[in-house]
Design a binder for this molecule. Structure first.
Ligand SMILES: C[S@@+](CC[C@H](N)C(=O)[O-])C[C@H]1O[C@@H](n2cnc3c(N)ncnc32)[C@H](O)[C@@H]1O
Length: 427
């Protein structure tokens, strides 16, 4: 059986699923995948997602009466994730609607003023001057009505709708794995923007009115560090960490983050990405040149692959070798810290992709399995989830393990059983 690209195991599956579809982000994983992992787990389970992103795990958990804590280092995603996982009362939503009517009235009155626009590099690639003027007025009217989007209250929905609006009016194209630009920038009149905004608001309010039965919260935590929230010990870790493929999560998030003032300058974007495992945006790459490991013991298999990358003698071989080294170094630190917050028998499911540098295969799943093994996890293995693209060697895997328990754990999903996996005919 050959693994296929399975778009139902990507972010594409989430687009029409209520809150899951609020904002489109390529690195988000599929609700279907998370559901297949959470199916049949006991009601009293406490899930951890240490790399929350758009809080897909948190939201699946609360939709199924489960509890979850989610961590991320990106303040926009923490704000957004909490907005997704929270309940909204009828009266809150009524108030929001009338606030939005006031906002639209004000927007018309201030559209010709000199309103604030974000310092996005080459902004006219995204929006023409005319559309920018309308968006800036709507933004200012939202600020006047609700304040900046930093508080955890119902107004987050008005801001999430604004985020979606800026993408829908932009020339951003999402026709492949990552984002690119259409050649033409469309001009939107104020009436069109208002209409579109109201349409988005209505869709968001509709899904926000559905009651969530579980509890999930997203916290500002660097997952390489030990952390205890309310002294919880987790029974399941379900997550998708960054992949070692030099794709920065911040790339797609920039428009949202600049317009909502979670980011101010390009330098800030690089600073934030330097904190992210596998980050490479702006300054993050130059910092990597000077980075040294803190001397922790890492699997011998990692040393071998890093050496092979170095030996290609390509122009950036040293940088790429460091990149791979630091990625697995950071993931090792993460597993190391994680042990403190797990219940005995806790089950881990990590969805992650492999990569290749100058033709050298980086078997992410095997390297992370080696890390887990050296740190005392048991029942370690992995399954292919899907083929990533047309390149024959790129796959997504589910790596699984348990914490100090002999009971066999292997997620029941994906239709690829261990025997088929063992054949690994694709390599
Ligand atoms: C692949 S994304 C997760 C996507 C998520 N499963 C979803 O459905 O949206 C990885 C996330 O890890 C976060 N991250 C990177 N380094 C981190 C760290 N050291 N601690 C916590 N989160 C981190 C990134 O900000 C990003 O949101």
């Amino acid at each position: 059986m050959k693994a296929t690209q399975r778009s139902d195991y990507t972010f594409k599956y989430n687009k029409k699923l209520g809150r899951h579809g609020w904002l489109r982000l390529t690195p988000a994983y599929s609700v279907k995948l998370v559901k297949e992992i959470t199916d049949n787990i006991p009601d009293d389970s406490f899930i951890l997602d240490p790399f929350s992103g758009t809080a897909t795990t948190g939201l699946v958990a609360v939709e199924h009466r489960l509890s979850a804590h989610c961590f991320d280092i990106n303040p926009f995603l923490i704000w957004f994730g909490n907005a997704k996982c929270r309940n909204y009362s009828k009266s809150e939503l009524r108030k929001l609607k009338s606030g939005i009517e006031n906002t639209l009235t004000e927007c018309k009155m201030i559209v010709n003023k000199d309103n604030w626009v974000p310092k996005i590099h080459n902004i006219n690639r995204w929006w023409c001057e005319h559309t920018l003027k309308v968006l800036a007025a709507l933004r200012q009217a939202l600020v006047n009505q609700f304040g900046e989007p930093k508080k955890d209250n119902v107004s987050a929905l008005a801001w999430v709708a604004f985020c979606r609006l800026i993408i829908e009016t932009s020339s951003a194209a999402f026709n492949h794995v990552s984002m690119s630009f259409h050649d033409e920038v469309t001009t939107f009149e104020i009436e069109q923007v208002e209409y579109l905004y109201l349409e988005i608001v209505n869709v968001i309010i509709q899904s926000a009115s559905e009651e969530l039965m579980g509890l999930a919260s997203v916290h500002f935590v660097d997952s390489r560090e030990p952390v205890f929230i309310d002294d919880v010990r987790y029974s399941h870790v379900i997550t998708s960490p960054p992949y070692p493929n030099r794709m920065s999560y911040i790339r797609e998030l920039r428009p949202y983050m600049y317009w909502t003032k979670f980011l101010d300058t390009a330098r800030d974007a690089g600073e934030l990405d330097w904190k992210a495992i596998g980050g490479t945006w702006g300054i993050a790459t130059s910092r990597l040149q000077d980075w040294e490991s803190n001397g922790i013991e890492l699997p011998e298999t990692l040393r071998r692959v890093v050496t092979k990358i170095l030996e290609t003698n390509e122009k950036n071989a040293l940088l790429m070798a460091k990149y791979v080294w630091k990625y697995f170094h950071d993931m090792h630190l993460h597993f190391h810290s994680l042990r403190n917050s797990l219940k005995k028998g806790a089950m881990l499911s990590y969805i992650v992709g492999n990569s290749s540098f100058y033709g050298i295969q980086v078997h992410t799943e095997k390297l992370l399995e080696d890390s887990l093994r050296s740190l005392g996890f048991t029942n370690i293995g992995s399954k292919v989830v899907r083929k990533r693209n047309s390149k024959k060697e790129l796959f997504e895997f589910c790596i699984y393990a348990t914490w100090k328990e002999t009971r066999k754990y292997e997620p029941v999903f994906l239709g690829v059983n261990s025997a088929q996996w063992e054949q690994r005919s694709l390599f």
